[in-house]
Design a protein around this ligand. Structure first.
Ligand code: ARG
Length: 418
């Protein structure tokens, strides 16, 4: 049977094109190097970003072995931390109150660097390894579309219709090295802000995740019986030192990962709502993120007024939704960040966090910008709060509530209901 016209046209258009592939080194994207060559006679150029996940030289060598024309590895850790993680900290970035967005915020950066390399290499298309069911395809494609609307995007996994077994056979037939953990049922994504784990038994939302899946955080019950404390300094909303030692943010996060992880902090188990409409059970381990977000949120509240503290969570929530839902490049994101930057100009100071068997609890904070006033708050003699003004305040503040209740009483006395 003849191929539908449109399909043939697409294949012809891509034939003998140059394609930039966002390459992780895993089985899917390794099969893709070959698949793009076979299916589209494409010259494949791979791009792998170092976001703190490791294994990069192996990935480069593997890509070249599979016939990639060139294989770029780009260290994007500093940019990731300064332009993406930093914004997440200032926005107390959590999706559905739990997920620190570690995978989500890496995607727009990967898309941005991919577009840079795509233009430099003069390719016709960018290919990524996402399935048609997840959020990542949405994030990549919206970001690429925003930055380079004329670049074609290929998503081979959405096209090739191979089961896991078929993919392993494909790899065997094509001399593609099979990863050692091929029989691990889990799918993971990792960067220095955290690690996402899906699939296998985790797809059953009623079963507890097995301890074997964790790499950074040890199970809380195996954590030390003594608490460990960390002290953080923040300047303009960002952490600048850990336990009295000034660190750049990349180092600070790496160090905090270890400290918090060994105390069982940072495991998140949630059923989240994906952009494509389905729910999925996700496990995250984000030790540094959990500690830094708790510390930042606390210090921010300490330095802001009640009105700011009531409003900021609305901004944060919208920020997290845009970040999760692939809208990093929407103008609203920059609008929200302008506000978030402004408020964070005052978020400087010191926070002490107690880590104990999976918990990270802020137990002390100090700031020159703190609006806490001991003289107002204390119940001791030297207090300066004018308590004689309180009765008048209460009278006015409670006026609407009193009026409504009086009216209700009157109605009921007349035997009415409402
Ligand atoms: N659900 C998360 C997100 O959409 C994580 C996805 C992680 N991907 C993976 N291959 N495990 O941000």
């Amino acid at each position: 049977m003849a191929q539908p016209q449109t399909k043939r046209a697409v294949h012809k258009k891509i034939a003998s094109k140059r394609v930039l592939l966002l390459y992780s080194g895993g089985l899917d994207t390794s099969c893709m190097v070959r698949w793009l060559q076979e299916k589209y006679s494409a010259d494949v150029i791979t791009l792998t970003l170092d976001l703190g996940q490791g294994g990069l030289e192996e990935a480069r060598a593997k890509a070249l072995k599979l016939g990639a024309k060139s294989a770029h590895v780009v260290d994007a850790r500093t940019e990731f931390v300064e332009q993406y993680v930093a914004k997440a900290i200032k926005a107390n970035g959590l999706y559905q109150d739990q997920y620190p967005l570690s995978t989500a915020i890496a995607r727009p950066l990967m898309a941005k660097v991919a577009v840079e390399y795509a233009l430099k290499e003069g390719v016709d298309a960018i290919a990524h390894g996402c399935t048609g069911k997840g959020n990542d395809q949405v994030r990549f494609e919206i970001s690429i579309g925003a930055l380079a609307p004329d670049l074609e995007v290929l998503a081979p996994v959405r096209e090739w219709n191979m089961s896991r077994e078929e993919e392993i056979h494909y790899a065997e037939r094509h001399g593609i090295p099979i990863p050692v953990d091929i029989h691990s049922p889990y799918s993971t994504d990792e960067n220095l802000w955290g690690r996402s784990i899906e699939c296998g038994v985790l797809e059953k939302p009623d079963s507890e995740p097995p301890a074997e899946i964790f790499e950074y955080a040890i199970p809380p019950e195996q954590a030390p019986n003594q608490p460990e404390y960390v002290e953080l300094e923040f300047e303009n909303g960002l952490p600048t030192s850990l336990n009295g030692r000034a660190e750049n943010l990349v180092q600070l996060i790496a160090e905090l990962h270890k400290i918090a992880g060994r105390n069982g902090v940072g495991i998140i188990d949630m059923v989240e709502d994906r952009v494509v409409g389905l729910k999925s059970r996700e496990i995250y381990e984000c030790p540094a993120a959990v500690v830094l977000l708790a510390a930042h949120r606390d210090l921010e509240r300490f330095c802001c007024t009640i009105h700011e503290n009531e409003f900021k969570p609305l901004v944060d929530r919208m920020w997290a939704e845009l970040a999760y839902k692939g809208l990093w490049n929407d103008p609203l994101m920059a609008d929200l960040e302008a506000f978030t930057d402004k408020i964070n100009e005052r978020v400087s100071g010191w926070v002490r966090v107690k880590l104990y068997k999976g918990h990270a609890q802020v137990v002390g904070r100090r700031s020159e910008n703190g609006l806490y006033d001991l003289n107002l708050a204390t119940y001791e003699r030297q207090q300066t709060f004018d308590q004689s003004a309180s009765p008048g305040f209460i009278k006015i503040w409670g006026l609407p509530t009193r009026s409504a209740n009086q009216l209700q009483t009157k109605y009921e006395a007349l035997g009415n209901k409402r």
